[in-house]
Ligand binder design. Sequence first.
Ligand code: 16G
Ligand code: ZN
Length: 530
Amino acid sequence: MQRSADTEKSALHPKPAGLVLQYGTAGFRTNAKNLDHVMFRMGLLATLRSKNTKATIGVMVTASHNPEEDNGVKLIDPMGEMVAMVWEGYATQLANAEQDDLLPALKDIIKREAINMTQEANVFVGRDTRSSGACLSQAVLDGVSTLDGHSKDYGLVTTPQLHYMVCCQNTQGQYGEATVEGYYRKLSQAFIRLTKNVPNRTDDQKHLCVDGANGIGALKVREMERHLERELQISLFNDGSSGKLNHQCGADFVKVQQKAPTGVEMTVGERCCSFDGDADRIVYYYSSSAGRFHLLDGDKIATLISTFLKELLTQAGLDLKMAVVQTAYANGSSTQYLENTMKVIMKCTKTGVKHLHHAAQEFDIGVYFESNGHGTVLFSKTAEQKIKQLAEDSTSSDEKKRAALLLQNTINVINQTVGDSISDMLLIEAILAIKGMTVQQWDAIYSDLPNRQLKVRVSNPRVIDTTDAERRAVSPAGLQEAIDSLVKKYRQARSFVRPSGTEDVVRVYAEAETQESADALAHEVSLAVY
Ligand code: 16G
Ligand code: ZN
């Protein structure tokens, strides 16, 4: 951006003076009205990142589960993962530079990263269904062309689909074909291989209710369905034809409210799931004959998947190190069950997908899920090779071979780049089919401890500093001691506080033996925060 013509281009996407935004846990996210300049600048930044890594970079325009009026943007690194931490800092710097300081800010990044500006750049862009998305993604594309980068606009895609495209592109097709059709083909073929030969699969087992949150996931599940050869039959609700995005529906609503979304016709005992607004999260649920709502969140999903994988590893006789990664929000019963009954290695990290993802990469097989339903499974190169070898080994026993083949198809149904509602849904459906398990049996693996989440508005949430994966507060002085003594009053209790990374609030979590205790504890801890 040396020439005056480029400076003029940036003037077409002016920054409202004084507006300060932060690249948070999941990128920039705010009212769409305030984002045009941010989008243009993220186009610039993605182009620099592409030159810097000599690889394709992704830019996703979405505000996930936020209301329709909001929008947001996040950058995707070459292997389909979240952008490196230092570049989050550059993103904040660039987004907040006043109009006259934009060029120096850009030059500063170029200098710090020693970027060769003659290097080619390639940027993939995608967006969710928000009405502001078309204009905002055009601003990203303008940013890319300003620095002479090449771009490909995927238009309407889910967040995980864009992550997948970026990874496919940078691995020269080894991970799959970088097209939406290629994505459907890879996942559906693996799903059909997993389920086709399952004996006695009933119609009920093949049927699933999906709440599309009136968003992009609904569109994409429709497109996917015809690839599934009726091995999975979906009743799609909240498909965006009449309802408002994320309004009283979607995974976040269901998890936070602990109740069924509006717009879904649930019959007693029927298996249902909800996606969020950009289809990177999923939760399951059903209602019992007594009319009680049962939620199967990210912790239940992690339990189902890791149990299944552990059984297959045992059958295959493969010695691979598997771990489950959770956050402080994981229900205590899930951690207990996995650690003590299943004897699985457990890890706890800070909230935010990038932290879980990195921790999961340390193992041969890393299953990671946030309670809110965001998660996936990562397989190391060694794990994939050992599984492949065993599947192709003509001397291995039938049982071992069967397990290895199941593992291979499991790998292919999973989107390893990031949590993915569609991919997770197919994996869960395949596991339930293979294990001949109902949603009730899955739910009964362990009972959740009653819990409560609250948010507290204080003048500066950041005065709270935490340690031990956000499970303990180190400041302000005395807060942790206060929490400790409150927790002691209740049985099976646990509580923590942390500043939110996406809102200007402090979050409080409490769990205890009864709902009354969990509610009381959360309330008392929130008073201690003031
Ligand atoms: C973002 C994170 C999500 C996390 C949530 C916590 C990504 C892609 N998303 O949505 O993982 O659970 O923030 O929000 O990292 P909070 O900090 O406001 O509690
Ligand atoms: Zn999301």
